[in-house]
Design a protein around this ligand. Structure first.
Ligand SMILES: Cc1cc2nc3c(=O)[nH]c(=O)nc-3n(C[C@H](O)[C@H](O)[C@H](O)COP(=O)(O)OP(=O)(O)OC[C@H]3O[C@@H](n4cnc5c(N)ncnc54)[C@H](O)[C@@H]3O)c2cc1C
Length: 332
């Protein structure tokens, strides 16, 4: 049931003129190209606008969800009844002072890493092929090669749910592997201050290009996808191997459900062949999880998260379990 409330749209328009859209189809806008209409989509172009939106929404009953580039989540195909607050390209200014960099949260990571390398600043090449915004990356302490961006973060500017701004030092962010204390809090990351290592631009760029080429050879980047679907569990890794290997070993590589497919190139990726729904993805998740558990005794949890119609973000396996507790698409 769409909620579009004219007075809310009007109030948001007053805060961020020209930045508010209604009925935005997340199947055309999100990275995985999955979802339905989002009632209200607002993409502010300044820190004050974000703070004002938060202040307004703290007084309103409608759900609010912060998004960056949506590379780590997918939306319910029935839609989203609330307000999506996107921290994206309109908040992506980057300034450099020596080896210190201040990047607004909406800056895209691949472009940021590359432009900093061009400017002779390195240490974060591992993130050069990770899609998404720097805000999303900091929240997840993301990266590759078992490294995380947190090592280079000095501070972040955040706004709390009432729009209060605060700069937090790295020590307060509690970075650990693919985790920060910002996860699960309701703050919005507005910028990140990084300290990088000086280097020779050509060498830094070559390092990034090598990492990107090796990812392109392994991952199905030619179709919309959500990155690694399942988390790697060290105990399972020791005995069975990574999730992609486990899924392949139970014969599921290439399995198709509706518009979604377990990638024939890398079994821990689910690609959207054109018209995938959230149910298609969730049914593949349920099947992979149940078959791997039956064959190995290990239960794989998801890294990717599902956005419900009410804006609640949950790991995809939780939603899959709820919808089809024992599904195995290869049976009967
Ligand atoms: C092909 C592919 C490969 C990937 N490879 C990697 C990899 O190698 N390593 C890795 O770590 N990740 C990887 N990912 C996952 C993803 O790219 C990262 O998690 C990314 O950092 C998410 O950023 P985003 O802007 O897309 O965030 P979104 O997906 O939009 O949001 C993710 C979470 O962050 C929150 N969020 C986003 N922006 C903000 C903000 N400004 N303030 C507060 N909260 C915010 C959202 O509410 C949500 O909870 C990959 C994804 C894809 C599709």
């Amino acid at each position: 049931m769409p909620l579009i409330i004219p007075d809310l749209v009007e109030a948001l328009e007053q805060i961020a003129p020209g930045c508010v859209r209604t009925g935005v189809d997340m199947a055309t806008v999100s990275a995985w190209r999955i979802g339905g209409p989002a009632d209200i989509f607002v993409e502010p172009e300044g820190v004050e606008q974000v703070a004002d939106v938060l202040r307004l929404m703290s007084q309103r009953p409608e759900p609010l969800l912060i998004i960056g580039e949506t590379t780590n989540l997918f939306f319910d195909s029935r839609g989203f009844n609330g307000v999506l607050l996107r921290i994206g390209s309109k908040l992506s200014h980057v300034s450099i002072d020596g080896n210190r960099v201040r990047a607004q949260a909406g800056a895209r990571v691949p472009e940021l890493v590359r432009s900093l390398a061009d400017a002779g600043l390195g240490g974060i090449a591992h993130a050069g092929g990770v899609p998404g915004t720097i805000g999303g990356l900091v929240l997840m302490n993301g990266g590759s090669q078992r490294k995380g961006i947190g090592t280079h973060v000095i501070s972040v500017l955040v706004a709390d749910s009432t729009g209060q701004l605060q700069r937090l030092d790295a020590a307060a962010l509690g970075f650990s592997y693919r985790h920060s204390l910002l996860q699960g809090s309701d703050v919005v990351i507005l910028d990140a201050e990084l300290e990088l290592e000086p280097g020779e631009p050509d060498t830094l760029v070559a390092e990034i290009e090598e990492i990107i080429a090796s990812r392109a050879a392994k991952f199905p980047l030619d179709l919309p996808n959500g990155g690694s679907v399942f988390l790697s569990d060290p105990a399972m890794y020791e005995i069975v191997g990574p999730p992609g290997h486990a899924i392949e070993s139970v014969g599921l590589k290439g399995l198709t459900e509706g518009g979604a497919q377990i990638s024939p190139k890398h079994a821990n990726f689910i690609v959207n062949n054109g018209r995938a729904t959230d149910d298609d993805v969730l049914r593949l998740v349920a099947t992979a999880r149940n078959k791997v558990r039956a064959a190995t005794g290990f239960t794989m949890d998801c890294e990717v998260r599902h956005v419900g119609t009410d804006g609640v973000l949950r790991p995809a396996h939780v939603v899959a379990d709820e919808r089809w507790p024992a599904l195995d698409l290869t049976k009967g």
